[in-house]
Design a protein around this ligand. Sequence first.
Ligand SMILES: *Cc1c(COP(=O)(O)O)cnc(C)c1O
Length: 521
Amino acid sequence: MKQINQSGWKPGTPAARDDAQDFPTATGNKALMLEEPLIFEIGGADTCGVDLPKLDVAAPNRLGALARKGKLGLPGLSEPETVRHYTRLSRQNYAIDVGLFPLGSCTMKHNPRLNEKVARMPGFADVHPLQPVDTVQGALGVIDELSHWLITLTNMTAVAMSPKAGAHGELCGILCIRAALEARGDAREVVLVPESAHGTNPATAAFAGYKVENIPATAEGRVDLDALTTRLGPDVAAVMITNPNTCGLFERDMKAISDAVHEAGGLVYCDGANFNAIMGRVRPGDLGVDAMHINLHKTFSTPHGGGGPGSGPVVLSAALAPFAPLPFVSRLDDGLLHLVEEETMADEHSSSFGRMTAFHGQMGMFTRALTYILSHGADGLRQASGDAVLNANYVLRQLQDVLHAPFGASGPCMHEAMFGDAGFAEGFSTLDLAKGLIDEGYHPMTVYFPLVVHGAMLIEPTETESKAGIDQFILAMRSLAERAKEGDERLKTAPHHAPRARLDEARAARKPRLTWANKEG
Ligand SMILES: *Cc1c(COP(=O)(O)O)cnc(C)c1O
């Protein structure tokens, strides 16, 4: 454990103790870092967490032949044992509330506590999706007002609020595009995806039944405009472009690309998960985009990670608005806000392609995102994106003398800084550096993505880190980069201070042991 004297602490103060190896503990615990067995190992299948009196009557059999014959096999734990188990596990987790989370493309910004307070208000938290609409006008009002601001920020015509993640939003957008093309009797088969696009883009297009074709990136990390325009033709349904792209760069040719795609009869999907870099500064509608998802759980600070709830509203151009999925919020003749659930409820939307989800989307994320937008205001949102870009450029410039920055000469980066493994000593890899970062007390950055850079490291500090916090991260990165370049063998076996050393990741992915083998059968 690091021991830090808060009063005199500066980034980089040497504080780690190196005598820990000389004092092995009997429990395996390391100070407050506790070993935690599986729940089945704490409470065996034969133990019970509560004392129940013995039955003094014959147990009635209400299930007949369906009654269970074998043991249930669940662990028996008391309440305090259960609470401690999960609390200890939670302490082994890294989270944005613990420290800087540099995971590129994920926008791990601070989740303001004001958002949480509003989301927990009973009028939002305790409503049921099947409640009569006149009892949930406030909640529907939140969806309606958030829609308004998302449309305003992007200068688009409509927004589909129900998609529950970025990738889900992509599917929504592509299904709108397919519905629009089918409506004009124009069956097209190909979706073009640049190399600099997020991996979910080709996956979405393929899932929707399209043939995916790659468009190469230029040496400076942007879409090759010539290659793209040359490939356009009557078989191309859409282009899916991530902007800012996964190299952390703004696609400057976006308007020219959109014009060319429209000219060729196709539609433009923009992956807007990186909107945090341009929010309040660039409106995708001005660049000719037809559909774009926004990750509320990235740009608008709703919590994410660990499979937590996401929300991926999709803004749509006038060409795609009629095909938006059901349901959507609309003020009807009775003066009330309604969830329009059936096509017949709204004539002008009779071309809807269908539904994405059972209800209307992630209410808890809507309240948080709207709170974030209203508490920042127009100037605050603009400053947030500016600070996010500033922080990423600070990281880029502070590290580019020790780490290879493949696009360092392509001008400023957007909200994330990209590095590669060129210059590492023979046999040292990006993985070694990432594991070393765990020893330094950080969640690793995004690694080996995108594929256009060898040994890619994508770092996104976001706007919510202080300069002192970023300086300490830079210090850790510089030290690790030097180790990788000098060939410090100990880096190859990092992490050394984590509860577990380096795992066999291939085996963990290919042959995971996901069930506990009950030894008693
Ligand atoms: C995060 C991300 C996605 C996918 O969003 P999910 O909510 O994880 O489905 C898509 N594209 C980009 C560029 C992203 O960063």
